[in-house]
Ligand binder design. Sequence first.
Ligand SMILES: Cc1cc2nc3c(=O)[nH]c(=O)nc-3n(C[C@H](O)[C@H](O)[C@H](O)COP(=O)(O)OP(=O)(O)OC[C@H]3O[C@@H](n4cnc5c(N)ncnc54)[C@H](O)[C@@H]3O)c2cc1C
Length: 406
Amino acid sequence: MKTVAIIGGGFSGTMVLYHLMMGHDLSPLRVLFFDDAKRHARGVAYSTPVDEHLLNVPAGGMAAIPGDMAHFVAWLDGPVGRGEPGVFYPRRLYGQYIQHFYDAALDRAKKNSHDVQIINEHVGAITKSESGALKVGEHSVDAVVLATGASQPRWPGANPMPNDDRLISNPYGPTFPDALERIKNFGSVAILGTGLSGADAVMSLHRSGYTGKIICVSRHNNWPVKHGLKKPWDWRRIIDSLRPHSNKIWRGMPPQLRGFCLRHIGYWNVVRHRMPRQCHAVLRDLKKSGQLQMERGGVRDIIAQDQTIDVVLDTKTLQVDAVINCLGFIGAGVMGNPLYKGLNEAGMIRVQDGLLNPDDFKLSDEYPIYVLGPPLFGFLIETSAVPELRVQAKAVAGKIATLLAA
Ligand SMILES: Cc1cc2nc3c(=O)[nH]c(=O)nc-3n(C[C@H](O)[C@H](O)[C@H](O)COP(=O)(O)OP(=O)(O)OC[C@H]3O[C@@H](n4cnc5c(N)ncnc54)[C@H](O)[C@@H]3O)c2cc1C
């Protein structure tokens, strides 16, 4: 029996599994499906239980399979009565939608005698045996899919994050609900970063009944703009209209220009990402009431004192009771991730200027190692949202089916 390892159980890994099980007439196959956070089928974005955490793309754009753009909206008729393409539904609901693909894949696997093993483990290394076979941990495999999602959250300042209950490093970590419970009676909380994650953190605090001060810090001092640009001549429409072509334009740019753009990606994120209107309205009301304050500045350091936390900006120092880090993920490149670093050091993957450099999702000329989704950021500019991932997942599954059939 041939064996495929899928590493990462979020949207990307789940949809590769789905296409592999549903779309191809394969001989019985063993699939080792790894996720180190027990988030099979939902991943980071869609495992939130918080109803106020909304999709940042309206339902009409969130079909999980390419070529059937109305699929998510039609599926919504079940849980919500009548799905509306223009609505930003809770991400929790989208998690249920992906779960239904996962369940369908497991059903089909059973019918076709495939052996899908759900493994709640971290994959620390992929190696080659003396005979040249690929090994994931102790398992010999015939192909690997890297669907590991975004890299680690970025912690500001020169020093590593101090071990202190008042500092929350990641608004999507499994311990975030407990951390929220701990800080909800504090007098002031600083949220570092005013992107979509920062907005999510404000929503979580607001929902928890928090009444203290919320200070949102960023270099540019702007939230992403809201969806539904009113004026037909709004210049940001140009950015939206570029979306289907962005990756082609990006790959055509000289490497120095791509490097320059990656260093200034924060500004792109403000104009490129869109926030649901409901979320914008909550931020506006909190600001009007004086509970939410915006603070411009780059974060230099975070110092945990006995009574307060000092947030050292390049403009001033703020003193708060707790900090939630929403600065996003470590920029482009995955070489800080030991899994990719090990593969690179062993010469098993194609890397250029610290970025993965696949050929049609295949990371090696010699080994059947495939990659999709956020790890490709930098090589591609658009590679972390469903409109791109649904296409990538189907393509990767097709490549593996062809390989196994050969
Ligand atoms: C908060 C948030 C909201 C978002 N909202 C939207 C939205 O509304 N619309 C949209 O289109 N996109 C949205 N996105 C983009 C989102 O990243 C993608 O839609 C998609 O969920 C990415 O899925 P993924 O499977 O590639 O990665 P992930 O969901 O990150 O899944 C990767 C999984 O792999 C596991 N893993 C990583 N390394 C290993 C290892 N070595 N061994 C074992 N397991 C491992 C991780 O723990 C994780 O569970 C959002 C992203 C975030 C973070």
